[in-house]
Design a protein around this ligand. Structure first.
Ligand SMILES: NC(=O)c1ccc[n+]([C@@H]2O[C@H](COP(=O)([O-])OP(=O)(O)OC[C@H]3O[C@@H](n4cnc5c(N)ncnc54)[C@H](OP(=O)(O)O)[C@@H]3O)[C@@H](O)[C@H]2O)c1
Length: 239
């Protein structure tokens, strides 16, 4: 896809990976609707990235809020070409110390949030396919934790394994509607994720800008060429 003048929704745009996804998409000339809860961070990013960045203060767990944010993008731009389901978090720890609140926040954000955002964009993408022969591209940010289980990650593993299943099922469901679905499985990245999860993370993580460059590559492939899964790791995680 040629990203110039295209319209992308990036969830979790206020920090980490979502900032670099937004930055590179805008460098390519796309409009980016950045979804997150922290309006102060989104506004600061808008000042840095300019008018192509459209801050949308929304919690991806909020069905009505997600619907409203997607409708705003459609009303203002008339189309949605890309959805990057990136908002997510971990809350790590032993199962017998995992609170129901921390179970729920991971399931609700990492899985239900993806469901709500994807369901809200698919009708527009199907209509675009009917008009032009190509619908759009949904990219889900899972994790190596979507492929490999680890001690103290029960809830997080459950969400990211679940996201893998969601992605593969949706990919097969909408490919004939001209909609690409890709699931990405990164290892440790230098963001605030580890602090939220309550872990230090790997000592020698990947940089979010490098994940963002891979995302661009995946999005810019020719229409009849789908990279459905990508896994990436730090070469030397311990340094
Ligand atoms: N960093 C890693 O090592 C790593 C590795 C593999 C996969 N991942 C995945 O990469 C994605 C991005 O994580 P990151 O590393 O960039 O972490 P981060 O720096 O902590 O950023 C997380 C982003 O998600 C947003 N978010 C969280 N809950 C939200 C909600 N309910 N509604 C809307 N936005 C919400 C946050 O914004 P607000 O707080 O402003 O809402 C923030 O913008 C996640 O899905 C994560 O699981 C990360």
């Amino acid at each position: 896809m040629d990203l110039k003048n295209k319209v992308a929704i990036v969830t979790g745009a206020s920090a980490g990976l979502g900032v670099d996804f937004s930055r590179l998409l805008i460098e390519k000339g796309a409009h980016v609707y950045g979804f997150a809860r922290s309006s102060d961070k989104l506004d600061a990013l808008q000042k840095e990235l300019g008018d192509l960045f459209h801050p949308v203060t929304v919690d991806v767990r909020d069905e009505a809020g997600v619907k409203q944010g997607i409708e705003q993008a459609l009303e203002e731009q008339g189309r949605i070409d890309v959805l990057v389901n990136n908002a997510g978090l971990g809350k790590f720890g032993p199962l017998d110390q995992l609170s129901s609140e921390n179970w729920d926040v991971q399931i609700d954000t990492n899985l239900t949030g993806v469901f709500l955002c994807s369901r809200a964009v698919v009708p527009a993408m199907k209509a675009q396919n009917a008009d032009t022969g190509f619908g759009g591209h949904i990219v889900n940010i899972a994790s190596v934790a979507g492929l490999v289980g680890n001690a103290n990650l029960t809830a997080y593993n459950a969400t990211k394994f679940g996201l893998r299943g969601f992605s593969e099922a949706l990919m097969k469901e909408v490919r004939q509607d001209g909609i690409k679905v890709t699931c990405i499985y990164p290892g440790s990245i230098a963001t605030n994720f580890g602090a939220v999860a309550g872990t230090g993370g790997a000592p020698n993580p990947m940089q979010s800008i490098d994940i963002a460059k891979t995302l661009l590559h995946v999005l810019e492939t020719p229409e009849n060429y789908l990279i459905s899964e990508v896994m990436m790791r730090p070469l030397r995680p311990r340094g």
